[in-house]
Design a protein around this ligand. Structure first.
Ligand code: PLP
Length: 504
């Protein structure tokens, strides 16, 4: 560890004395002074690591089918090209030079990643960029646009687990406790950093655009604003929460509110980006998954590199389920761990094309027309990353579950009643977990991690509706409405006595 530490420090030293880096957002504020670097170096407890060889790491785009079928391909693209699809119209994937990464063993990578947690060293203090060699090895540190995302809380859901599931080893990965309040930050820091690099290379990119169910546009506009890059956002009118709508507005994005659903917005932005030099930021774009996969690596790291039995992830466009698979798989391949967890993808019943496909025994995929759901970020009927998700599930002993509106809202309220404040998507994942516990697939002693994808505060209206018991055809069994009382001592005492009798 000592020698890598030294190397990082000295490269930082020389860079912070170059005037250009001082113009870059974030570097100035976050780069510690040389004296802090020296005193913050961890004590030398583990054997010295060989120095990292950044120049030897590389990554490129390849057709996803070459990954999923394990066949060699001559088709590949530099990450500096603006390309979203393979020649035959399929998905792309970022492929790392695994042989270069394999020059070092699992012990090396674990120590390197562990040495960066919680530091302020640019950019390694970020949960994403602490894994830079595995994410975007070729980018210069000063081109990175980061809000020190990641490093999110892996929360022991002790009371929820014991009370509702008879489980003692249940954990929530709070990816939504983040810069813009969802895991989308993890991917967007990578995508916007790469766009920032391309613009510095004088590529004619006038801005970055996305269609969004809310969180993608919030993340895109924040990171673009930080780097002074124009962002353009297509939102389905009346389908996203006020909190989500106000984020891109506040961050200065050009917001188009369009009278269609997410799938309609997606179709339009794809057409527009073939006409105008606007970089497409949807999850079709495989760069984002490189950042999102670090949440999986982080989970292993937070368990001291012990592998949980299950990881449950709510899925809509289905990029994230694959990103988690990829993060876990890389850790296995590079010797940081010796197996990967089983993955569960949880869908809202109102938008469940993957669930139906799974139930058909992977026979026939049919896109559906997604109905309204409180889990608005996964109201997607024709998921872009369907092939990625199927691959991830087949290779991880994966399962797909679904949740009705009532189930997901109940699960959310139950979690909140034990001190959490989760979003409806997390409710979908929790309710999938409850079903898999009930039917015995997940055992009481299993270690399970539920991925919480957004901050609950983005969904206060859904919670208010639930607790006021005003949702049509929903019993709202766990609602906790406020009691209105006259402003006099006797009335307040009466209500309090009734309450205290109930809680005894
Ligand atoms: C984007 C998003 C999802 C779905 O992720 P996919 O990669 O599209 O499956 C789930 N929850 C929240 C809060 C999101 O923003």
């Amino acid at each position: 560890m000592a020698s890598s530490q030294l190397l990082n420090s000295s490269s930082l030293l020389s860079k912070s004395s170059s005037p250009s880096s001082h113009r870059h957002y974030g570097c100035r504020r976050l780069k510690p002074s040389p004296s802090i670097i020296c005193t913050a170096a961890p004590s030398i407890t583990s054997p010295p690591l060989p120095p990292p060889l950044p120049a030897t790491y590389s990554a490129k785009y390849v057709p996803f089918t070459s990954i999923s079928t394990g066949t060699a391909t001559s088709e590949s693209y530099s990450l500096d090209e603006v390309v979203y699809r393979s020649r035959d119209g399929g998905l792309l994937d970022v492929q790392h030079d695994m042989d270069a990464l394999k020059q070092f063993d699992g012990h090396y990578w674990r120590s390197l990643f562990d040495s960066r947690v919680g530091t302020t060293r640019w950019p390694y203090g970020s949960g994403v960029w602490s894994k830079k060699e595995w994410v975007l090895p070729g980018i210069a540190d000063e081109d990175i646009v980061s809000a020190f995302e990641g490093n999110s809380n892996l929360f022991w859901a002790e009371r929820f687990g014991k009370k509702f599931l008879g489980m003692n080893d249940l954990w929530i990965k709070h990816c939504g406790i983040s810069h813009t309040g969802s895991f989308k930050d993890l991917g967007m820091t990578v995508l916007v950093s790469q766009v920032n690099r391309l613009r510095k290379l004088n590529r004619p990119l006038v801005g970055v655009g996305c269609a969004s169910t809310g969180d993608t546009s919030a993340a895109l506009s924040a990171y673009c604003a930080a780097a002074n890059i124009p962002s353009i956002v297509f939102l389905p009118a009346d389908k996203i929460s006020m909190a989500q709508l106000v984020q891109p507005i506040a961050n200065g994005a050009f917001v188009l509110s369009i009278d269609t659903d997410f799938d309609g917005c997606m179709k339009l932005i794809r057409e527009i980006t073939t006409e105008l030099p606007i970089y497409l930021a949807n999850s079709l774009n495989s760069l984002r998954l490189e950042g999102q996969k670090t949440a999986a690596i982080e989970i292993l790291q937070q368990f001291d590199w012990e592998v949980p039995d299950w990881v449950i992830i709510p899925g809509g466009n289905l990029g994230n389920i694959y990103a988690f698979y990829k993060g876990f798989k890389m850790c296995e391949e590079l010797g940081l761990v010796d197996r990967i967890p089983r993955l569960v993808c949880a869908q809202a019943q109102n938008a469940n094309p993957l669930y139906r496909y799974y139930k058909s025994g992977w026979k026939e995929f049919k896109a559906v027309k997604a109905d309204d759901t409180f889990a608005s970020a996964i109201q997607i009927g024709d998921p872009v990353s369907i092939d990625r998700a199927v691959y991830a599930l087949k290779n991880s002993g994966g399962i797909v579950e679904e949740a009705t509106e009532e189930e997901l809202m109940d699960a959310m309220a139950m979690a909140d009643s034990t001190g959490m404040f989760v979003c409806p998507h997390t409710g979908v994942a929790l309710s999938a977990l409850m079903k898999l516990r009930e039917n015995g697939v997940i055992k009481p002693t299993d270690r399970a991690v539920v991925v919480s994808t957004a901050h609950g505060l983005k969904f206060t209206q859904a919670k208010i509706d639930y607790h006021s018991g005003k949702i049509k055809e929903m019993a709202c069994r766990h609602s906790n409405p406020p009691v209105t009382v006259k402003a006099d001592f006797g009335s307040v005492m009466d209500e309090l006595k009734k309450y205290l009798a109930r809680t005894r």
